[in-house]
Write a protein that binds this ligand. Structure first.
Ligand code: GTP
Ligand code: MG
Length: 603
């Protein structure tokens, strides 16, 4: 029997977690020599592959020397921070990756804080040391300062450091060592990660930290065994978070090795396995010995901070591009999502509409993107942050924001963020003409800020943020500065009219696009909304003058994407989403109704 070690890989987004896990899998010999392996093989679902980010944490196991090392790869994007927090309770240490150039970033702070609070002793991996601008020593200092700032204890402060270039497949304990292979990471894990504290001789206790679904076996729970032994077909008691107990049987027991899931007959304390047999399984549930059914501490699950209203598509073009358009279908789909995605919630919010809540815009757009690919049509309203009340005070979520911008743009960025009620915390030139500025800002102020920021910094700025805490509600956060160009006709847009309209703002449509009354076809260069006619053709004259059809020059439109559209809209606007199109529209299409509602809203 191999000894087991459990570890999670944590970091800020893109610092190289999944790439490192790739290399560990390859170089430990876990794959067969002939097995062809994709890049970032753990990012297995379509959207993960396309976007190059990890969305769901996933586990794998590596055999190395006399050990079986269970490794959980976690997502680095702030919206999925809740995943990381849960996973940390399943492991006995973490590999903390930090980019050798970027250094400590907002999500680094978030994950380190959680790991230290749980008493874990991180192993620091300074990754991407191959980058020309890498400064590994500076980054180690930054990490040390971060640990001190977060009240790390003495043991935690003595973290081992491994320098790595995961992409190039090497790691080393000293910068002057040669670039051989990635094995120093595995050796450091064996040396530093403590064995599981439970015992095979205790009564069974395992806790579910992730859910999966399989059409044949039903709900699957991925769980860590904290005590005892589990065998296939064994009778166990499911202990829910509220104390309810349900007796049942393990119908399937699955073990992990590399990318394989293998049916196994038994597993013991310390290991990570998948089990099936319970339809009511939830994250945090304990499976225990029926003779001694004691539940483990429930897992803390982060509350959603952002919500959006999803409604049946009622635009004039509804049902022309999608397969599933009814509120029943949408409800069914949302229900299925919530079966495995515990960070999200939904509730009915009136006829044909649902309030969907999650941890951030990305989480919500990913659900929406998946749905449109499956053939759904629906509309989304403006994302709203979720307020809560503490001792009679209205509170709103705040975020820690870090921007890296070319020096020339610091002024405009600070000014714009000021209008969003951001408070500047520090400003440091990072050399090479760049400045890093840190802010604390109400999450509300960040909705729609990204596109503005990219425009202001000519696409050269980088921004990162993660959840900080709830604070008393702020007032006076500025909204969008520009009005909308709204179509007053239904039909097909013509190049000629777009040509005439383009001096009034930025167009969202191109010739031949379908439009309808109340659809937003562009952003007005001024602050008011403007009704315009995008389908008006050129006046035909009797006499054809030579060269009358002089070629018209159209400025390329800014075709909205799901993200950019959601960021852009105001309260009285909606994004219409179908498998083929993303359109922006006024909530009330009829101009008279719209004006009446606007007056009402002002009053
Ligand atoms: N130069 C360099 N690039 C690297 C290295 N490791 C990873 N990368 C690149 O960094 C990018 C992000 O890598 P990922 O492994 O997806 O990062 P991640 O931390 O898993 O990202 P999330 O899961 O989305 O948080 C990819 O383009 C990698 O090729 C490295 O050692 N050096
Ligand atoms: Mg990843």
């Amino acid at each position: 029997m191999k000894e087991i070690r459990n570890i999670a890989v944590i970091a800020h987004v893109d610092h190289g977690k999944t790439t490192l896990v790739d290399e560990l899998l390859k170089q430990s010999g876990t794959f067969d020599a002939h097995q062809k392996v994709d890049e970032r093989v753990m990012d297995s679902n379509d959207l993960e592959k396309e976007r190059g980010i990890t969305i769901l944490s996933k586990n794998t196991a590596i055999n190395y020397k006399d050990y079986k090392i269970n490794i959980i790869d976690t997502p680095g994007h702030a919206d999925f921070g809740g995943e990381v927090e849960r996973v940390l309770k399943m492991v006995d240490s973490v590999l903390l990756l930090v980019d050798a150039q970027e250094g400590v970033m907002p999500q680094t702070k978030f994950v380190v804080k959680k790991a230290l609070e749980l008493g874990l002793r991180p192993i620091v991996i300074v990754n991407k040391i191959d980058k020309p601008a890498a400064e590994p020593d500076r980054v180690v200092d930054e990490i040390f300062d971060l640990f001190v700032a977060l009240d790390a204890n003495d043991e935690q402060l003595e973290f081992p450091v491994v320098y790595a270039a995961a992409k190039n497949g090497y790691a080393k304990l000293n910068l002057e060592d040669s670039n051989d292979n990635i094995l120093p990471v595995l050796d450091t894990i064996i040396d530093h990660v403590p064995p599981s504290s439970g015992s095979v001789d205790n009564p069974l206790q395992l806790q579910v930290f992730t859910l999966d679904y399989d059409n044949f076996v039903g709900k699957i729970g991925i769980a860590r065994i904290f005590n005892g032994k589990i065998t296939k077909n064994q009778s166990v008691t499911l202990v829910k978070a509220d104390g309810e107990k349900i007796n049942g049987r393990i119908s399937k027991l699955i073990g992990f090795l590399g990318l394989e899931r293998i049916d196994i007959d038994e597993a013991a304390s310390g290991d990570i396995v998948a089990i099936a047999g319970f339809e009511t399984l939830d994250v945090g549930d304990t499976l225990a010995d029926p003779n001694n059914p004691v539940g483990l501490d429930p897992l803390h699950i982060e509350e959603p901070t952002l919500s959006v209203v999803m409604s049946v598509n009622d635009s004039p073009l509804a049902g022309t591009e999608g397969k599933f358009v009814t509120s029943n279908k949408i409800a069914e789909r949302l229900e299925a999502e919530m079966q495995t995605n515990i960070a999200m919630k939904y509730e009915s919010s009136g006829e044909g509409s649902f309030k969907v809540s999650g941890r951030g815009e990305l989480q919500i757009t990913i659900l929406a993107e998946n749905m449109r690919r499956e053939g759904f049509e629906f509309s989304l309203g403006r994302p709203e942050v979720i307020l809560k009340e503490e001792n009679g005070v209205k509170m709103e979520p705040f975020e820690h924001l870090v921007v890296d911008v070319p020096d020339d743009f610091t002024g405009v960025v600070i000014e714009k963020l000021g209008r969003k009620k951001a408070e500047m915390k520090s400003m440091t030139p990072t050399g090479d003409g760049q400045t890093r500025i840190e802010f604390e800002i109400p999450a509300r102020g960040l909705i729609g800020f990204r596109s503005q920021f990219l425009t202001d910094t000519k696409g050269e700025g980088v921004m990162n943020h993660s959840f900080l805490e709830y604070r008393p509600l702020m007032s006076g956060i500025e909204h969008r500065m520009n009005g909308a160009l709204v179509s007053m006709e239904s039909g097909v847009a013509l190049g000629f009219s777009i040509f005439n309209l383009q001096e009034r703002g930025v167009m969202f449509i191109k010739p031949q696009d379908k439009v309808y009354v109340g659809m937003i076809i562009g952003e007005h260069s001024r602050s008011n909304d403007l009704d315009v006619n995008p389908i008006k053709g050129k006046q035909l004259s009797n006499v054809r003058s030579s060269g009358a059809d002089e070629a018209i020059k159209l400025i390329p439109p800014r075709i909205p994407t799901l993200e950019s559209a959601l960021e852009w809209i105001e309260d009285d606007e909606l994004v219409e989403i179908t498998p083929k199109s993303i359109r922006i529209r006024k909530r009330f299409l009829d101009p008279t109704v719209r004006k009446r509602m606007a007056k009402k809203a002002k009053a």
